[in-house]
Design a protein. Sequence first.
Length: 206
Amino acid sequence: MRRGRFITLEGGEGAGKSTQARRLAATLAASGQPALVTREPGGAPGAEKIRALLLFDGPWDPVAEAMLHFAARREHLARTIRPALEAGIWVVCDRFADSTLAYQGAGQGLDRTVWRTLADVALDGLWPDLTLILDLPVETGMARAAGRSVADRYESLGAAFHERVRASFLRTAAEEPQRCAVLDAARDAETIFADILATVRARVPA
């Protein structure tokens, strides 16, 4: 059986990652390709428990916070992502390791070598086949996020923090153009999704 493909959506607050991830997985499934939509932190029972700590408790020391993210990610990989990929299912994930580099690294000052060490241990070499970075101005994203019913801890951090997060995602895209594609998320949802589909068709072998 052919291994499934692993696609992640990254970006700052209010970029529409969750909506677009669900829509992409549904479109893949409708076309005959089994697909699973999942999220981080979370995506497995133990990881969802850690998610609640990360989003609504704290503040945490940056290293401790990154370790919690990677502990949740390891469970997610072991319980959800790897089994699906091995079964030939495509996995569409709302956030992955690039978010930890952006939020705990650029945002909170975690040393990049610490992030890399944690990633090497937790991921065991598994990286996405394609990462879609939904990029938009910080003020636009925060205005969208303000309309949510429940704000998490990260949404309450200031604009300077979120500017650093955005810059980190763009740096990752520049450093790994084979894996990453930057899409303008300031546009309407339909236009963004059409761009996502075109990018997936062009970049991920069917």
